[in-house]
Each structure stands twice: as C-alpha cells, then as structure tokens.
Design a protein around this ligand. Structure first.
Ligand code: ATP
Ligand code: MG
Length: 137
C-alpha cells in the first residue's frame, strides 16, 4: 500500500464541501489515516509550494491557500498517489473529466478544491511537512 497527502483547499472548506469530498475519497478506496484542520500562515504556504516559487501565480496561490482553513489528510491505499490524482481530475476544472472532484467542486484553475501529491518522493516530503510519525495511524 501507498500513502499520499491530500489537502481540501480553502474554497471547498468555505463552501462546506469537506464531507462530500471525503466521501469521494473513501468511495475510491482511499483510507484516511491522519487528518488535521489548519489555517496555514504565509510561511507554511510558501514552504509547501516552494517548487512553484518562480511561477507567475505563486503570490496569488499563497494568498489563496492562507485565505481560510484547510483540511490536510494522509490517504492510504493501493496506488494511492495515482488513484487520488485520478479522482481529483485536471488542475483546471474546465479540463477535468466529468465526475472528478475538480469538475464538480472547483471554481477555477487556482481555486481548485483539492491538492494531491504527484509522486512517491513528493508524497513522503509533503506528509512529513504536516505530520509527525506518531500522528500517523
Ligand atoms: P496540486 O499541486 O495543488 O495538487 P496540481 O498538481 O494539479 O495541483 P500544480 O501545477 O502543482 O497543479 O499547481 C499547484 C497549484 O497552483 C494548483 O493546484 C492551483 O491551485 C495553482 N495553479 C496552478 N496553475 C495555475 C495557474 N495557471 N493560475 C493560477 N493558479 C494555478
Ligand atoms: Mg502539484
């Protein structure tokens, strides 16, 4: 089994869609093995998205990710990283396949409801960014 980091972003939390999104994750066979609700500060958001530091949307992205609480979760399952990306859908909801989380819950390419790690190394790094070992089930 594999683990991945999921974030339900401020837009979806503000719209009261935590339950609906978690139901999608669980229906896809992903198990929630750790969860915490956090309101990221600027430093936490900048650190998390450091790989995008030089992208033109970086400042807006940090502003968005600190605009309200998020739900950070560790998901476990068979091919959890790819499975989560699959049910999330494309970054831009206009390009996301019907029935995906982003097709149904995202507003636009920035306010796109969820995050999911994109590879085993990033999953490991992102999980450690938010959770200590003794916080994982
Ligand atoms: P995530 O990393 O959040 O799971 P992703 O891997 O699909 O999403 P990335 O390319 O890693 O997309 O971009 C990280 C986040 O930055 C996106 O989820 C989105 O919130 C924001 N973003 C990406 N591209 C754009 C853009 N062109 N304009 C504005 N915001 C963007
Ligand atoms: Mg990404």
């Amino acid at each position: 089994v594999e683990r991945t980091l999921s974030i339900i972003k401020p837009d979806a939390v503000a719209r009261n869609q935590i339950g609906a999104i978690c139901a999608r994750l669980e229906k896809a066979g992903l198990r929630i093995v750790a969860a915490k609700m956090l309101h990221l500060d600027q430093q936490q958001a900048e650190g998390f998205y450091a790989v995008h530091r030089d992208r033109p949307f970086f400042r807006d992205l940090v502003k968005f990710m600190t605009s309200g609480p998020v739900l950070v979760q560790v998901l476990e399952g068979e091919s959890a990283i790819a499975r989560n990306r699959e049910i999330m859908g494309a970054t831009d909801p206009k390009k996301a396949s019907p029935g995906t989380i982003r097709a149904d819950f995202a507003t636009n390419v920035e306010e796109n409801a969820v995050h999911g790690s994109d590879a085993p190394e990033t999953a490991k790094k992102e999980i450690a960014y938010f959770f200590r070992d003794d916080e994982l089930c």
